[in-house]
Design a protein. Structure first.
Length: 76
């Protein structure tokens, strides 16, 4: 698991703001991240499948963590 040590990325903040305006809950953000991984699974090279899944999952996890952590921040 990736541990968030730096500042929240601007992409995570923008994603949170958009989804919050659209009425998403934190649980919906989690489901969205799972769906993204499933949608792009066919793009992975089968010989590198496990390594690619780990890289993608780590990135999705990091972005999701940042979006959820800034959920309570006031919208800009």
């Amino acid at each position: 698991m990736i541990h968030l040590t730096g500042a929240v990325s601007s992409a995570a903040t923008a994603h949170r703001q958009l989804r919050r305006l659209q009425g998403y809950s934190p649980a919906m953000l989690v489901e969205e991240s799972r769906l993204l991984l499933q949608l792009h699974q066919s793009e992975l090279e089968q010989g590198q499948l496990l390594a690619n899944v780990v890289v993608i999952a780590d990135e999705v996890d990091l972005q999701l963590m940042q979006a959820v952590r800034c959920w309570e921040m006031p919208a800009a």
